[in-house]
Design a protein around this ligand. Sequence first.
Ligand SMILES: NC(=O)c1ccc[n+]([C@@H]2O[C@H](COP(=O)([O-])OP(=O)(O)OC[C@H]3O[C@@H](n4cnc5c(N)ncnc54)[C@H](O)[C@@H]3O)[C@@H](O)[C@H]2O)c1
Length: 421
Amino acid sequence: MPESLPLAMVGCGGMGHRHLYGLAELHRTGRSPFALVGACDPNLDNANSLASQAVDLLGKRPAVAKDLGGLPAEVAAADVCTLPAFHHTAAIEALKRGWHVMCEKPMGLTLRACQAMIAASRRAGRVMSVAENYRRDPINRLARALIDAGALGQPRLLIHNTLGGEKQMLISVWRHQKNSSGILLDVGVHFADIMEYFLGPALTAYAQTRLHEPVRHNPVAGQDPAQKRSPAGVYERWQKEMPAQFEATAEDAAYATILFASGAVAQYIEDHAAFGQGLWQRTLYGSQGSMNLPGDRSGQRLQLTQAGREAIDDQRLFELVPDFCLDPTTASLFGGERLYEYQLPFAEIDRKLIAVEYAEFGEAILHNQAPEVGAEMGARAVALSYALLESQVAGRAVRVDEVLEDRLNSYQAGINASLGL
Ligand SMILES: NC(=O)c1ccc[n+]([C@@H]2O[C@H](COP(=O)([O-])OP(=O)(O)OC[C@H]3O[C@@H](n4cnc5c(N)ncnc54)[C@H](O)[C@@H]3O)[C@@H](O)[C@H]2O)c1
């Protein structure tokens, strides 16, 4: 495919670099419609680092700029990977310039920011895609097909439990700061999107939320950044400069019950301050069976147990979804149209899923199509995440739509004030 869409990376930190690796992965398949022409970050070291790596990966150095105004005039699309507090400012400015936008999750830092982005994308008439990568995992695609085919019967209950973390920093200091995107939004928004992907729109949520560990520790402070332990091994060079210990202001645990419009219920625990035994569980129960799902981006098998039958986790799953087929880009990147498992290092999985996001963003632009996760859906995931935090403040079950429409926003008031919204 000719690379005809001039693209700028906006935000060149960890995820900006991971997006570059995803773009290069798509480029290698010959399916990329994008030409990277700009790298924008107020931290010019980060923009220059990305531009230099682009020379090796894409064969051309993009122009470096500290703001959108400094990018080449030819730019037609922006990939927003800034800190969440700047998603709405970067995306809205890009849309006003007539550019198409792909924005990392969480779409906006608050629902007010998300609503401003929705309005801007409608006014601009440009594509606004939210980069929700977990749902694009081939195993989650298979799970969704099995749910749609009625392999479980009518979905009734989702048990989603993720516990661990102790008092360690998760990737960066900002992920523990309420005004920058606390951990329940940063990680929780992925799970909110997946829950709606599997079960449809959420209606209400009741939650207890906690800040268990107000002091967090960074084990990489002052260490050799050559030891790669962070996602895709890109963060150590920044982590070594971060403090060894710092104050966390954002809640780190949520214990919730969520009701979906279908009548299904989720029992949801997201605890990033748990000690002792870590836990991952995503199990969906329906009127005719249950399904255990592996961690996102693990490539491990899901396991389906239909009433009165033995559990299956292999090619027999495809007998239940005879028409199931991954989209051509995912199939070509992961090596098959129908996969029940895959074995790849995390960095490779990560960049393949980002490549899929880019391919879909390009198709939406070139064929004037709605992206799979547009602004409205991206905002819904943010609303479901904040519904848990708003529920704790309100002391009651809250409706997701009152949060989505920014009618219930006491928890977010201070964040909106910090953003000037
Ligand atoms: N989908 C995923 O799996 C995933 C994983 C990690 C991060 N993310 C998301 O990606 C985004 C970035 O996270 P990260 O890990 O790269 O953070 P990071 O701190 O590593 O990088 C953020 C970058 O944004 C830059 N920046 C700040 N303000 C800017 C502005 N106004 N214009 C341009 N750049 C600006 C910073 O200088 C920095 O280089 C976040 O929204 C995060 O939630 C998604």
